[in-house]
Design a protein around this ligand. Structure first.
Ligand code: FAD
Length: 271
């Protein structure tokens, strides 16, 4: 849609050229969300495209994904065979289910948009990703778990930009399961559960999304029973932490999340 409030479009060649960040400025990546609804508070779009931040790099330390990597690039990449964890990244793309969006939208755009239903956020949390953030000439890293602070809220300060996502090689060797449930066969998720399982140590990490307003991590040092899962959810995620809206009650989301956690364990531990 047209964005009548936008008066200026900037397309800088590099980050150093972006000076004096002002109120009303917003980074533009794929633009799939920015152009999907009115943006009354945005007056200037700063396009990331010329920065060339769309790399997918396999290094001895792990995986680096440029923030402007188009989501569909993840489906086309040839991953190292032992990186079973990359299946969860592919699921984050395929569960979006929209050809139009996934061919234009970027991984960084999805993460920075910080929707509770983000398909990427629980994957990044389950895989222990860290995010590299730039503020002018200064860079720092933050755990994926600490990035999103609320519904469409992140730790990013005005002018800060997500540059890269890092996932350690050892975590990418974990097996993963991506479970998501919607009201109908598609649409906004009621709960997304991404499980990562280390078959040598039996450690399990769950990234939870959609059922809660900010993605959460639940960890076990050995394969949990259904009772263990119920106990940990009760301890770490009280009912008021679950989203309650006209698509589903908090108690329904709590229950269905537990079912998805059990289902993913069954898939991973009884292949
Ligand atoms: C109708 C619709 C339904 C959707 N449903 C879902 C869904 O169910 N699940 C889901 O996971 N996603 C959903 N999405 C989001 C979609 O997957 C895209 O990921 C999302 O639109 C953002 O990608 P983009 O690259 O187009 O970002 P843009 O639209 O360009 O930007 C999105 C936001 O992120 C900021 N931003 C972008 N890149 C950076 C960066 N590198 N650093 C800092 N800030 C940045 C922008 O300023 C903006 O605020 C939906 C989108 C639409 C339009």
């Amino acid at each position: 849609m047209d964005l009548p409030n936008v008066q200026t479009y900037l397309r800088p060649a590099d980050l150093e050229s972006v000076k004096d960040w002002q109120q009303g400025w917003a980074w533009l990546s794929g633009g799939t969300w920015l152009f999907s609804q009115a943006q009354p508070n945005i007056t200037t779009l700063v396009d990331l495209e010329k920065f060339g931040w769309s790399e997918i790099e396999v290094t001895p330390d792990g995986l680096a994904i440029g923030a402007a990597c188009i989501q569909n690039q993840l489906l086309e990449f040839s991953w190292p065979e032992n990186w079973q964890g990359t299946k969860a990244l592919e699921s984050a793309v395929s569960h979006l289910g929209s050809f139009k969006v996934s061919h234009i939208a970027t991984v960084g755009g999805n993460i920075c948009l910080a929707l509770p239903v983000s398909t990427f956020a629980p994957v990044m949390i389950a895989l222990g990703a860290t995010y590299e953030i730039w503020h002018g000439g200064f860079a720092y890293r933050v755990r994926a778990l600490e990035f999103q602070t609320g519904v469409q809220q992140t730790i990013l300060q005005p002018g800060e930009v997500l540059r890269k996502i890092w996932i350690p090689a050892s975590n990418l060797e974990w097996q993963t399961s991506f479970q998501r449930i919607c009201m109908a066969s598609d649409g906004y998720a009621l709960s997304t559960v991404v499980a990562a399982f280390n078959s040598q140590s039996n450690q399990v990490r769950f990234g939870l999304g959609a059922c809660v307003s900010t993605p959460r991590l639940v960890e076990f040092t050995s394969i949990p029973t259904a009772g263990d899962i119920a106990d940990v959810l009760d301890e770490q995620l009280p009912l008021h932490d679950f989203v309650e809206d006209d698509r589903g009650s908090a108690s329904y989301r709590r229950q269905i999340t537990q079912v998805l956690m059990e289902r993913s364990l069954f898939e991973l531990c009884h292949p």
